[in-house]
Structures are given as C-alpha cells and as structure tokens.
Design a protein around this ligand. Sequence first.
Ligand code: WT7
Length: 652
Amino acid sequence: MTDNIESILDEQRLFEPPASFAASARLKPADLQALHDEAANDYQGFWAARAREALIWDRPFTTVLDDSNAPNYAWFSDGELNVSANCLDVHLAERGDKTAIIFEGEAGDRRTLSYRELTAEVSRFANALKEQGAVAGDRIVIYMPMVPEAVIAMQACARIGAVHSVVFGGFSATALRDRINDAGAKIVITADGGRRGGGIVELKQATDTAVGDDCRTIEKVIVLKRTGHEVNMTSGRDIWWHDAVAGVSDECAPLPVNAEHPLFLLYTSGSTGKPKGIQHASAGYLLHAKLTNQWVFDLNDNDVFWCTADVGWITGHSYVAYGPLAAGATIVMYEGGPVYPDAGRFWKICEELGVTVFYTAPTALRALMKFGDDFPNQYDLSKIRLLGTVGEPINPEAWMWYHTVIGKERCPIVDTWWQTETGGIMMTPVPGVTATKPGSCTQALPGIIMDIVDDNGNPVEAEGGGYLVIRKPWPSMLRTIWGDNARYIETYWEKFQNRYYVAGDSAHRDKDGYFWIMGRIDDVVNVSGHRLGTMEVESALVAHPRVVEAAVVSRPHEIKGESIFAYVVFRGDRPVGDEADTLTRELRDWVGEQVGSIAKPDDIRFTDNLPKTRSGKIMRRLLRAIARGEEITQDTSTLENEAILDQLRGLA
Ligand code: WT7
C-alpha cells in the first residue's frame, strides 16, 4: 500500500521526431541540451540571457529574480519596456509588409493585416482609448468576438500601459458583471455581436445588462460594429469604435512600463468560490510567450500558425495575441464555430489559408473525430508540418487520430502542459528533438523545473505518482490573484510551506522520465486503497470503438472506500433498457482488460452529452454530486445544455 497515486495507463508506443522535420527544426538535440545545461549551471543567468536576447528594453534590467517577497516573486524588476512595441514596432524594418493576421469570419469574409497595418490600427485605437480617458494602470474589459479588433484592443491597452481583462464572448452578462466589478474596470470594449454556429452572439445586449444598474466603475463602452444588427446605444456612455477612431492619428509612441507592470488579468474559475483574477506581469510573460512560440511551435518566417483558441482564454493570449506576434509570425484568426457549416470547417481553413502549424484542444479533436475521416480527407492538409494540443490530457485514441488522419504520420505532435497561471507552455515535447508517447506531455522546457511530490512534499521516487509542482519561480508565472494575495498564497503555495508552486494536478513519471498528467488532484479516486487518476479510466473507456466521451468520478463505497462512476457518451443513439445493461457489462469488462479490474466502474450511465464549461472542461464536481445523489450547488448556468441534467441523474 502506498500513498502515491498509481498509474494504470500503460502506453508503450514511442514516436521519434520525423527525420524531415528534425533536419530543419529550429532546435536540434544539441541546442536543447545546451539550453538545459545553461539553466542547470546558472538558473538566473539563463533567464537573464534569454530576456536580453529576446526582448527590446527601454531601460535594461540589472536585477534578475527578486525573491525578497516570496512567494510573490518579481523578474527583471528594474527594467522597462513596452509589450506592444516588442510585438509590432520591432518588426517594421525587417517585415513591415509581412502578413501578421489572416482573419476569416464565420460567414466566409476574409481580411489580412500586415505588421505595418496592424501597428497603425493598434496605435490609432490606443490614441482613441486615451481620448476616452484611459490612462496607464486602468483596467479595461474586452468582451468581443474572435475578430482582429480583439487583438488590436489588447495590444492597444498594452501600448498605453492599461491592464486588460478579456472576458470570453460566450460568458453571460452575470459573469461579465462579476469580472468588471472585481477588476474595477473603467471601460468595456465590445461589439454589437459576433457570429457563432450560424447565429449571432448578443454581446452588446449582455454588456448593457452587465453594466446596467449596479456597476459604478464603467465610464465608457466602446462598440465595434461587426454584425450590423440593431443595438441600443446609451448616450454619453456608449461610443462606436469607428467613431472613436475617426480622425485619430495612427501614430502612438509606446509607453515604457516597469517589467512588473501588470499586463493583464484573466479570470479563471477555481474549483470553489468566485473566479480568480490571475494577474500577469509584462516582461516575464512576454519573454516566455515569445520563446515558447519559437521553441515549441518552431515558428519561422514561412509559417502560418493557427491556434484555434479564443482570446478569452490564456491560450488565445500567449499563442494568438502576443507570443506569435513577438516572434514575427503570421497567425490565423477564425471567428466562428468548428462545425459550421459542417465538421470540415477547420480542415477547409487549413487548406485554403495554408496553415503550417495547427494548435487545438483535445475536446475539439474528439468532437471532430466523431464525424469521421471523410471531412478531413476532403481537404489538402499537406502544408501542415506540426500539430499541438492543450487543455487536458489527450487520450491516446484521439492522439492517434490526430497523428494519422490529420498529420498523415509526418507531423510531430506537441502535447503542451500549462495553465492560465503559468502564462505559457511548461512541459511539452520539443518537436524536432523529443520522441513522443501518445498521452504524455513528456518533459519540462529549459529553465522550468517540474517535479512530483508526495503528500509530505517529498519527491516521489522514480515512476511514482503524486502532486505536480514547480520547484523554482519562472518569469511568466502569475504574480498574484487580483485583490486577494492571501488567496494566491493559499491556493498555490501553502500546501508545501511556500517551497513549491502547486499546480493542482496529479501526475506520474514513467521509466524514461516522461510526465503523464492524471487529472486535477481533487479528481483522484481511492478504490480499495489504490489512488487512481480519473483521466486514465476515461482514456480506457474512450478507447472502446463505440465510446465518444467519458467522464469518471467517484462515490463512497462501503467496502472499497470509493467506487468508480462513469458517464459515457455513445456513438449513435443513447442505449437504454436491456441494451444499456448489456453494454454496461461489456464496458466493465473492457476497462478490466485495458487497465485492470481495480478500475472497473461500478456504475455506468449513458448520456447524450457531458456537462461542460464554456471552455470545454468537463464539470466533474457536478457529476460527482449527481453520482453521490447530493444536491447540486454548482452554478449550472454555464452549461451548454441544461436539459441533460435529467439524463445524468438517470431520470430520463
Ligand atoms: C489545466 C489548466 C493552458 C491553457 C488551457 C487550459 C489541464 C492543460 C494539459 C495537457 C494534461 C492539461 C491541467 C491544467 N491541462 N494542458 N497538455 N495535458 N492536462 O488552461 O484553464 O488554466 O487549465 O488544464 O489540468 O492544470 P487552464
């Protein structure tokens, strides 16, 4: 019997980087080794060298890491720079006419912006923000569709030192209001609406509700005309984007700010309580965002990089709005839904816009995989040379589909582990170097010290499982939770007396030193003294040819302590009655074969859908409450489909 979390997933396949890719990759094995060695010999010197090479400073730093207020760390803290200048102005001489953004609207409309044009638009809007009263340090909420103006607004804030807080356009008026109030925002930038799944997302209407009665801080609402449908404009408060920029200069000198000046807040829902305003700093954040776009996505001047994430998520910050621009890349932005008008939309965009590097989430892949191979097979995906995933562990089944059907077995897959809090990718294969294993995010990048510890904070021996921690501070780490530093310390540091950053995930390491994420630490199930990560059981279920998705939780069990309760989405019609009983037996045996009888679910419930947050994360706490027959106390208003609650309860 052990306190460690046991791994039951046994994935043995190993994929070497394709030789053709490795030959021209930015990082070769020797380069990566040199970076690791440099970081091991002189941790601070390593980061200082990267910060001097990668960023343009208005005032050079002399301090690298300031740990005098640990665990509130500061990086490069006597230096000054401007993030927008580092993403835009730095490219004007060499690649001013290069395309920065290729945009496609859901209706098929297209637009491109060169680095020169983007710089002008950002500068113009930055001036407009100043005219509307924005000054450095003000919080500005951005609640927009996935259009170039979302990036322009973010970059414009950075240019004048305002702190943006992007709120995902799929969030409700209530969620928007909570975030506005918590941040004490002065301006909201929104649009009349956005296009999604064939319909219109009523952004202005939601903004009106959010800033309506009890919001005292909002002075101005700037509204982009996107859909052109009628919306209310409150005089004195609301102004159209096109009116705000009319006659305004397209030159705006970037304001140098301190390296530690907050660049943005991004709210993320914790497992309990109100959303946390994750606060990122300017220089350290941008450094890691830029470096990882080069190291992990191998971006060079011929690449067309498409990260499908919305700017409402951290992925859309680091791999759309900031990092790839700092790296001088061409990015794709797409406004709409992945299955509009059909499940071939992503692949059509890849073909038509010549995407070379594609980065998406496992949940999107599983959804698209469900529609079969005919959709991707209709399109020419031969320009794609590198694939990536983020957001949750990718089950080997989806990994293999990505590898064969999308990547045609010639593209490395980078399974990137990171969090809103880490600012950028922490663990991932380096595409021309690391051999991959389906479902493993492999190892940490240079300068990032990941480890796995037991409940007492002691490193877990080889091949064991436990808490995933980060042993040393890193430049792009969150600085605090906005307005609640005590919660910052309690959430990320207290568990091990401020010695390590606690990611909240459970993980194990295999014999080759590869990391495997087993799920959130709260999702660990204890069956007869064996602590199992729910994700591994889910992965086994999904490997069954007829299972599309699965979510696993636990419920108390008289004998075993806890037993496994699985919710399963089946291909085709949802099985009921006798068919459901037969399939339940079949799936139990299947899990028994795949991972061992310890992991056999005691209960299996078939459902048409799983409850997910708007960001696509399965709401496991809700499922746990249902499995345990408890009252639902969670907010179910963000559920995509509230009607499935009865199916989950076994009532329909
Ligand atoms: C949590 C962070 C980072 C941007 C998107 C999510 C899970 C993320 C992986 C991966 C296994 C992953 C972790 C992490 N996660 N990437 N490659 N393999 N798990 O950001 O909403 O802050 O969520 O997502 O559980 O802690 P987030």
